[in-house]
Design a protein. Structure first.
Length: 140
């Protein structure tokens, strides 16, 4: 149907940095971002009772939403220390707050999912061959 080899893994379809970029989002990625959003909603709530309740978001045994949010925050903190280019109208010393901070955390969760997807694809011998394609045209 698409003219692709049978050994091609479905990882190739959902990546943002792959050659075969399809306009689809991985269900795994959306699940993780939604759970991260839920963690931030409970933790950073304006209601002190909700914020101090210590609500744990259940995600299963293979992935932990609280750990993913902490990891995303650590990655953002590292980017601040290393020196990432300011976005928008932000000047020197400007720190994002509220909605922008949450959206950056969501982006970092998505980036972590994409990194994991690419590392898993590169580790596959036959199925990950598309990661080394050089003549393929990028879809943007």
């Amino acid at each position: 149907w698409l003219g692709l080899p049978r050994s091609l893994s479905s990882i190739a379809f959902y990546g943002n940095t792959t050659m075969l970029r399809l306009p689809l989002k991985s269900l795994e990625e959306e699940f993780k971002v939604t759970r991260a959003r839920e963690v931030l909603m409970y933790r950073d709530s304006n209601d002190p009772k909700v914020a101090q309740a210590g609500v744990l978001v259940r995600t299963g045994r293979k992935w932990n939403a609280q750990a993913a949010v902490l990891d995303a925050q650590a990655r953002l903190r590292h980017k601040e220390l290393v020196g990432v280019v300011a976005r928008g109208r932000a000047g020197l010393g400007t720190q994002c707050k509220g909605k922008e901070k949450r959206s950056r955390i969501y982006e970092e969760v998505r980036a972590a999912v994409e990194e994991k997807r690419m590392s898993r694809a590169a580790g596959m011998g036959q199925q990950g061959a598309w990661t080394r394609w050089e003549q393929a045209m990028d879809r943007k």
